[in-house]
Design a protein around this ligand. Structure first.
Ligand SMILES: [Zn+2]
Length: 295
């Protein structure tokens, strides 16, 4: 099946109040687990690779595998470049066949974020690809030095609905990542989501909204966020953590039984663990059974 861009799958989702999971991959096992989950759940899916994961695997190795597996899939797959800060890398992703890219200028002064986003929108649209930008910052405890708790409770980082409307109009961006209380990484303290703000942002812009920091929320928090306008949910930390925890359990179990294990055993477990968690999230986000709507 040809790769789709976010516009093709998210508009229907937005109108029908469900969301697509956007799952990060940093290995071939994750790619296989996600595609297997999407096919079994008959769900469209967004498979993404983050610029910050370049240390785990180079883009020119994982990118072509993502594109090839997406083309082979029996359901619509978006191949997305997540949190791009370097325009040259975004251009490389587009050349490799990615159907969607994110330009993350959220840390820049507003006018510079507008200019940078406009530039990337022009570039990506010439490839028929869609663009996600970010306004307000979800923060990342790994890079900012702040604790997850401090980031969640800092008002200054939340997206202003009026500014969101101005930003979308000026940049012509296709989807917008907004900040209303979630933060990247695993939560130390419980996040407090500002649904009123989310609702106001959704009513002030026409484009689908993206939730980053989608790991570890309750089923109710996901569903309420979708109800108030979230259509793409970035989900990685929890998934990556689950793989490590479950693989450790399996290794311990094998050791107790004196069974030898090999690296390929871990690879095969990883595919299964990813598949199971992704299918579970598709059910919660409401995209299960919606593959035909993404075509
Ligand atoms: Zn993010």
């Amino acid at each position: 099946m040809p790769i789709v861009n976010t516009k093709e799958v998210l508009q229907y989702a937005k109108e029908n109040k469900y969301a697509l999971g956007a799952f990060n991959v940093a290995s071939i096992e994750a790619i296989r687990g996600i595609i297997a989950a999407a096919e079994e759940a008959n769900s469209p899916v967004i498979m993404e690779f983050a610029e910050s994961h370049l240390g785990f695997v180079p883009l020119d190795i994982i990118g072509p595998v993502m594109v090839r597996e997406a083309e082979k899939a029996t359901v619509p797959v978006v191949v997305h470049f997540d949190h791009g800060k370097d325009v040259d890398l975004i251009a490389q992703a587009l050349e490799l066949g990615f159907s969607s890219v994110m330009i993350d200028g959220a840390d820049l002064p507003y006018d510079e974020n507008v200019e940078l986003t406009k530039k990337v929108v022009g570039l990506a649209h010439s490839y028929g690809a869609t663009v996600e930008a970010e306004l307000g910052t979800m923060g990342n405890p790994e890079t900012s030095g702040e604790t997850n708790d401090e980031l969640i409770h800092s008002e200054a980082i939340y997206t202003d609905p009026k500014v969101a409307a101005d930003f979308v109009e000026k940049t012509n961006v296709d989807l917008l990542a907004v900040s209303f209380g979630t933060a990247h990484g695993l939560y130390i303290a419980k996040p407090k989501l500002d649904y009123k703000r989310l609702d106001e942002i959704a009513k002030s812009v026409s484009v689908p909204l993206v939730m980053h920091g989608g790991s570890g929320l309750s089923e109710e928090e996901y569903k309420k966020s979708i109800y108030y306008g979230v259509t793409k949910i970035n989900y990685y930390s929890d998934l990556a953590h689950k793989v490590a925890v479950k693989a450790r359990e399996k290794l311990n179990e094998a050791a107790q039984k004196n069974i030898d294990t090999y690296s390929h055993d871990i690879s095969l477990w990883t595919i299964d663990i990813v598949k199971e968690d992704v299918m579970d999230k598709m059910q919660v986000f409401g995209s299960t059974g919606q593959a035909e709507r993404g075509m």
